[in-house]
Write a protein that binds this ligand. Sequence first.
Ligand SMILES: [Zn+2]
Length: 484
Amino acid sequence: MGLDVKKIVAGTVGALGSGAAAALAVRTARFVPPKEAPRNPEPVDVDMDSLVSTFSSLIRCKTVSYYDHSLEDEAEFDKLVGMLPELYPHVYEACTLTRFDDRALLYKWPGRTQGNPAVLMAHYDVVPVDEEEWDHDPFCGEVIDGVLWGRGCLDTKATFNGVLFSANALIAQGFVPEHDVYFAFSGCEEVGGPGAKYIADWFAEQGVVPELVLDEGGAVVGDVFPGVTRRCGLIGIAEKGNMFVRLSAKSGGGHASAPKPNSPIAVLAEAVDAIETSPMPIKLSKPVAQMFDTLGRHATPVYRMLFANLDVFMPALDIICRKSGGNLNALMRTTIALTQMKGSAAPNVIPPVAEIVTNVRINPEDTVEDVLDYLEDTIDDPQVKVEMIEGWNPSPVSRTDCEGYERIARAVADTWTDCIVSPYVMVQYSDSRHYCDLSDRVYKFSAYDATSEELATIHGNNERIRLDALRSTIEFYTRLMRQC
Ligand SMILES: [Zn+2]
C-alpha cells in the first residue's frame, strides 16, 4: 500500500524549526508507560472436560437468526433453553429466571447487599453458515487438535457459556456475590431483535441502575495497534453510531439503444466518487484519545513520537489513516461503506431510478445530522436524493474512573497477564447500546484472546475457539464475579 510512516513523520518534523523539533523529542522521551506492579492473580480451577461437553452442547443447537423469521427453527432455540437447567444446575438453584419476548432471558443472582448490580450480557443466536465453505460441520461442536469448531464459538456462545459456567461453579463452591448480578441474554441479536431493549426497559421501570454492564466488544488481540507488539486487552467504552443511507437518481427511463446523457448511474457514480475522494474529517474522540495515550506509550519510537505529539501530527495521522484504511481509519473518522447497488431490471433498459445504499459508522464526535449534511454538501447535486433508511447516533462514552471499569480491567489483567489493558471505541454495534440511558458504565469486551485470523471467522467461515481461549473466558468471568 506504499505507506511509509517514518517518512511521513520525518516530513512533519523537518517542516518545523529546530526548537519545536526539540520540544517534540522531549515530549516523546517522557511518553513512557507507567510502572506495572507485579500481578499475583488468584488461580481459577476449571474442569475442562465439563467445560468442553457443556460448550459443545450449546454449539450443537442450530440457533440461527434470519431477517426472514420463517426460516428460523424455533425448536433449536427451545432445545438450547431447555438444556440450560441441566447444564448449569446450580444457577437454577441460586438464581431466578424471567423470560421476555423475543427469546430474551434474564437471570438474577441475588447478592449479600442491595444496590450497585452488575449486568453481564451475551446473545445465543448466531448468523447463518455457508456450509460448503467450512472445513468441518459448522454445528459439530467437536474438538479437533485443541480447537473447538462451530458457528457461535466466538459470537457469542463463548461468553454466554462463560457467564453461566463460571456462576455455576462459584455457586457450587458456596460463593455469594456482594451485590446482585444479572445475566441478560438475547436470542435475536443478529437480526437487530428487541430482546435486549425489553430487558433494559424493565430495568428502567424497576429503577435498577447498574454499577457495570458488560456485553460483547473488544477482545485480547495482538498486532492491532500500530507499532505495538504486545497483546492488548481492549475494553470498549463507547460504540460508533450506525446509518443506512440510500442515494438515488431518476431518469425518464427508455431504451438503451438511444441513451440520453446524464444517466442515473453516471450521476450516482459521480456522487460516490465525491464521497470516496473527500471522506469525513478525522476527529479524535475521547475513547480513542485514551487508547492512544495508553497504547502509544508502548509503541516503537516513530509511533511514540506521533502519539506523544498528536497536536502536531494530526495531518500526518490523517494521511496514514486514509492510506491504511481498515481499523485505524475506522477509529478516527465516520466511515462510509458502499454496500448495495440497483439499476434497471433488464440489460437493455435505462433505469428509471438507480440507487446505491451506504452503511455509515458514525464517530463518537459526529451525529446522524452531521452525516446527512456532509453527504448533501459533498455530493452537491440536486439530482441525487439522500435518504436515511435507518440510523442512530453513537453511544455516549462510559466512564473509566469508576469501580465498574476497574473491576473489568483487573479481571482482564489477571487473566491475560502479558497484555496491556486499554479503553477503545467499538466500531460495530451491540445490544448494550440499549443500556446507555440507564448507566454511564456500559462496557464492551468479548472475554477471550484471539488472532486476527480467528476474529475474521466471526460471521465468516470456520468459526472456532482454542480450548485455552475458552478456558480463559471462564477465568475472566470467575475473577469478575468474585469482585461483584
Ligand atoms: Zn454477530
